[in-house]
Ligand binder design. Structure first.
Ligand code: PLP
Ligand code: TYF
Length: 393
């Protein structure tokens, strides 16, 4: 049986990690996988996370199973962080295996509710969105998103394309910090998106993987809150991997907002059922870290302060890189780097230029010219800027 398996194409982003490790050149720069690194190149355990783990170690007397949906403390605390307050009459939620698990189960939930669902996804989007849908056999169509000329959003194209989604279809939206482009909508544009979905009855599936990495914890949730406030049904897949720095703990949540308590109860039952089909009880340690932090004012303040340091470090690097490139190119054509938000910017370079950065300067980024801003520090920014110009980008 096993010999019948077909080889699977590896994940291009994860492949870069191995390629980078194998490169023996001094001064190589890793701008590949989307993991935050501090200026010393370390992905730290956040201070509040360490303290929360200590408290859990001290106080936890059992590791017996939790509930199928995960702990209510965790789900309420995280729903509050994402939505501002917990709309108990509308909200169904389950703890998930990372943000990815929440996305996967949102798709399964949608298909259970509407076997004819089509998913609208941005062009480009996080490759795992596409690979999960392909694997599941869920039909999808891409909507225009990135404007190669401005490196901003092609909003007219996006609007025209998402307007084609029908009642009961899903429109997958990055709630903030678009991956891979770094280009985002303004709040006024989100209002227009809400109006389009309101009219058609298509349902947003919001992927929120970088809350706190863009303009701030509240600001980055604004689009999600706007859609949640205006539309009868909203699905949200949120991840704690980046903003709590607990990547390997696999901590996320799937939230479904319905338009009635009956819809809420049906969603809650279906989502707990999906957990049971896929892995039974969701992982607890990361969720417990998050609820320990979010239910303690001191730990929350400590965590928010460190998250702000992380965010401001990335913003500082954006400013520095845009400024170096302004000087070197004698133009403002790289100013989009300053306007993008989150970990990533898409440079808009050709695959050949990306390959040249790797071969000539030992700078690694994803083939679509997505770079992880957090892979830089103030010493390597000028090196990257020089290499970008030398590669003819
Ligand atoms: N969605 C996007 C756009 C991401 O970049 C990530 C990051 O890894 C995720 C979802 C899910 O992350 P995780 O499953 O590690 O929580
Ligand atoms: O886009 C990224 O780099 C992050 C991390 O299969 C990631 O979201 C990349 C690939 C993958 C899982 C996570």
């Amino acid at each position: 049986m096993l010999s019948n398996l077909k080889p699977q194409a590896p994940d291009k982003i994860l492949m870069l990690i191995e390629e980078f490790k194998a490169d023996t050149r001094q001064g190589k720069i890793d701008l590949g996988v989307g993991v935050y690194k501090n200026p010393e190149g370390v992905t730290p355990v956040m201070r509040a996370v360490k303290e929360a783990e200590k408290r859990i170690w001290d106080s936890q007397i059992s590791k017996a199973y939790t509930g199928l949906a995960g702990e209510a403390d965790y789900r309420n605390a995280l729903a509050g962080m994402v939505l501002g307050s917990v709309p108990a009459d509308r909200l169904a939620s389950v703890a998930s295996v990372g943000g990815t698990g929440a996305i996967r189960q949102a798709l399964e939930l949608a298909r259970m509710a509407n076997p004819d669902v089509t998913v609208y996804v941005s062009d480009p989007t996080w490759p795992n969105h596409l690979s999960i849908m392909k694997f599941m056999g869920v039909p999808y169509v891409e909507y225009r998103y990135f404007d190669g000329a401005t490196r901003g959003v092609d909003f007219e194209g996006m609007k025209a394309d998402i307007a084609k989604a029908k009642k009961g279809d899903l429109v997958l939206l990055h709630g903030c910090c678009h991956n891979p482009t770094g280009a985002n909508l303004t709040l006024a544009q989100w209002e227009e998106v809400a109006a389009i979905l309101e009219k058609s009855g298509a349902i947003p599936l919001i992927d929120l993987a970088y809350q706190g990495f863009g303009d701030g914890l509240e600001e980055d949730a604004a689009a999600t809150r706007l859609l949640a406030g205006r539309l009868p049904e909203v699905l949200i897949a949120a991840s704690c991997s980046k903003n709590f720095g607990i990547y390997r703990e696999r901590t996320g949540i799937l939230m479904a907002l319905g338009d009635s308590t009956a819809a809420r109860d049906l969603s809650q039952g279906a989502m707990a059922f999906l957990n049971r089909q896929n892995f039974s009880f969701p992982p607890d340690h990361g969720a417990r870290i998050v609820s320990t932090i979010l239910t303690d004012a001191g730990l929350t303040a400590e965590w928010k302060a460190e998250l702000e340091e992380v965010r401001n470090t990335m913003l500082g690097l954006r400013t520095q890189l845009a400024s170096e490139l302004r000087d070197l190119s004698g133009s403002d054509r790289f100013d989009f780097i300053q306007h993008h938000r989150g970990m990533f910017s898409r440079l808009g370079a050709t695959p050949e230029q990306v390959a040249k950065l790797k071969s000539d300067a030992a700078i690694y980024m994803v083939g679509d010219s997505r770079l992880n801003i957090a892979g830089l520090n103030s010493d390597t920014v000028p090196v990257l800027a020089r290499a970008i110009i030398d590669a003819g980008i």
